[in-house]
Design a protein around this ligand. Sequence first.
Ligand code: MTE
Length: 380
Amino acid sequence: MTGTFTGRSPAAEASPEAPGLSEPSKGLTVVTKEPYCAETPLPELDTWVTPTERFFVRSHFPVPHLDVESWRLIVDGEVDHPLELSFADLMRERTRTVVTTMECAGNSRSSVYPPAQGVRWHHGALGTARWSGVSLWDVISKAEIRPAAIEAVFEGADHGREPGVPEELSYAMSVPIVKAEHPDTLLAFEMNGEPLTASHGFPVRVIVPGWYGMGSVKWVTRISLIDHSFRGFFRTKPYTFIHEGDDPDVLRKPVTSLQVKSVITWPPEGATVAPGRIVVRGAAWSGEAAISRVEVAVGLPDDSGEGGTWRPATLLGPETPHAWVRWEVPIDLERPGYFVLRCRATDERGDTQPLRAEWNFRGVANNSMHAVPLIVRRSA
Ligand code: MTE
């Protein structure tokens, strides 16, 4: 970026160590302490791969401390040969590495109005990492899955209580068989070339590329194949689309694939710059399609997304199936004033980010255009 930045980055906010974590959460903004949820300030997401210590953490319960020697993975349910596997058993499979963007379904909830229920994430429950492990299907297919199986349920070793639920819960989430079969759906034991950290799921977690993060179950210890739709708490309550007037006792559409979305990672929100040219940078992604276009507007678009001056950004790549693309665009801000930058991405299916995403009670899958207020001042 040319022009001077004097804005205060959220990175400067306090980021105390998480209770019960073995690694410090350097540079993260803690959103809730218990359960531990910490997000990445947007300027720290200015690289293709997010360093592990800068990767957001979303845990519903305290981190379970597992060790490799005693860790076991059970594969059961609609299978002819239930399995109990050790870490050494996994290591015998062929290793696969996938770079994938993970976004929490509740990301950007703080900008939903009326306020939605849930952790008030800003835009940083988001990151891209290089995950290595083994294809999930290579492992679970050894159990001889019966044709009746339609979903795989992943259960983590973490457990605790959720408001309004009398009994203790484990974290569990399901995916349809077609997602479990995809070779890039992993049982991952490395993140960015190192063993998983405790907060990111040591020793083994699931990675479900293209989906919101809730499917990528950490500390996985059981995979059950089932012949019906999973009705667990996390599948049917927090990670569903609930609209005004819906009957709370009727099941809702579950959150699955990532919606098309983009963020501005530079300049930071609220920055002050000198008049002249700035290079606006960011990232764009979509769960099931490649990004075809990103545009940045200066000025206020109306509800149809029109108005303002839209400029096409250059897509910098790299182009890979599951990770965000980086983009940049030079913007000339000749005169002093208060401005708003907005970005919107479009994917190859033709889906475009709305100015304001449709409201839902949990504020999930919010892909409204990201807005960055900016001050242009001669004395900057
Ligand atoms: N897995 C377990 N066992 N427990 C959890 O609380 N949170 C899920 C998912 N897997 C969760 C979990 C959610 S909602 C998200 S967004 C991602 O983990 C976050 O992964 P991270 O903490 O490694 O960034």
